[in-house]
Ligand binder design. Sequence first.
Ligand SMILES: NC(=O)c1ccc[n+]([C@@H]2O[C@H](COP(=O)([O-])OP(=O)(O)OC[C@H]3O[C@@H](n4cnc5c(N)ncnc54)[C@H](O)[C@@H]3O)[C@@H](O)[C@H]2O)c1
Ligand SMILES: [Zn+2]
Ligand SMILES: [Zn+2]
Length: 374
Amino acid sequence: MIRTRAAVLEESGRARPYAESRPLTVGDLDLRPPGPGEVLVRVAAAGLCHSDLSVVDGSRPRPVPMVLGHEAAGVVTEVGPGVRGLRPDDHVVFAFVPACGGCPPCQSGRPALCEPGAAANTAGTLLSGRRPFARAGRDLHHHLGVSAFSTHTVAAAESVVRVDRSLALDTAALFGCALLTGVGAVVNTAQARPGTAAVVFGLGGVGLAAVMGARAAGCHPIVAVDPVTTKHAVARAAGATHALAGGPDLVAEVGDLTLGGGDVVIEAVGSAAVLATAYAATRRGGTTVTVGLPDPRQTLSIPAVSLTAEERTLRGSYLGGAVPRRDIPRYVALYQAGLLPADLLLGGRLRLDDINAGFDLLATGATTRQVVVF
Ligand SMILES: NC(=O)c1ccc[n+]([C@@H]2O[C@H](COP(=O)([O-])OP(=O)(O)OC[C@H]3O[C@@H](n4cnc5c(N)ncnc54)[C@H](O)[C@@H]3O)[C@@H](O)[C@H]2O)c1
Ligand SMILES: [Zn+2]
Ligand SMILES: [Zn+2]
């Protein structure tokens, strides 16, 4: 048993500001050693993603108390029995769906949809069913197989991907969610080709990564949309050719810039209303991809005939449709070649003790990726 310092989400749905209501408690916990097929990782950096905020605000229900955090990088310090291909001192990025390798989606090359992985994530356990964190003798839930807001964590070997040691670990963390999801939505889910017109709604970590993915894929033009106009300069630096704030004329404006609508339109906000707008801003024959995770009570209404008569495609993208062991190293290689300016996502570094205030800032939409550094 080791001691670790971690942020525990006590309860979902507390009122903002979180700096006052303090839904997350930072303190010392017990962490059991890695079991068979598991690794102990010293976490170096962990990003604050909107999907964490959705657990905090209750729009993505998860069991509590839970050690939150799913976008991170760190250093392996111990491997459990039977772990192959990983050893102490390896630098790793976490992927937030552990893929068992044997279920039908895993067997068909879609590990992001792993069924035992999804069941473990919903239950708040590791793939093995274990819950390694405990406080005063009471087990705590694990978050998406990762639980990164902690100086140390235990994960299934299937939840980590080894990365190049020369990569700075705070940058590396972003590859676990923002980049894997945003770039993957463009290149895996939409399969964008050079010269296709891309539109991205929402310029948080995920949407900005989608803009970078669109540029790396050769999309043109690339239209970025976010009401927080202070983010437009970052979007342009990431590859957007145009940035729009939204408003009643948005669909017409996008139509003017793209000669009729985006070939590929990405919703990276987490709102069914924005998804409806994104669908309307998609060209006939185009593809609308939703990456956002709206509250499950939200529903989408579209003219059913448009799918047929306009040959439209509406696709969901979870974990960027990734094969993490293939995609994380290849996106890192694109970054190292100067084709994916991942560091633009880094919006600020914070201490674990300031995590509640970090979620307040994330909720305003004003920041890109904040990273807790340990
Ligand atoms: N599919 C996945 O695997 C996956 C992975 C990570 C995150 N997500 C989800 O993706 C979404 C985005 O995550 P994030 O961490 O980048 O969030 P974020 O909060 O950092 O960014 C969201 C952005 O949307 C903007 N926005 C708000 N209303 C808008 C509107 N009407 N039009 C355009 N932009 C608008 C905000 O200003 C903000 O910049 C969330 O729903 C998150 O849960 C999904
Ligand atoms: Zn995330
Ligand atoms: Zn599986």
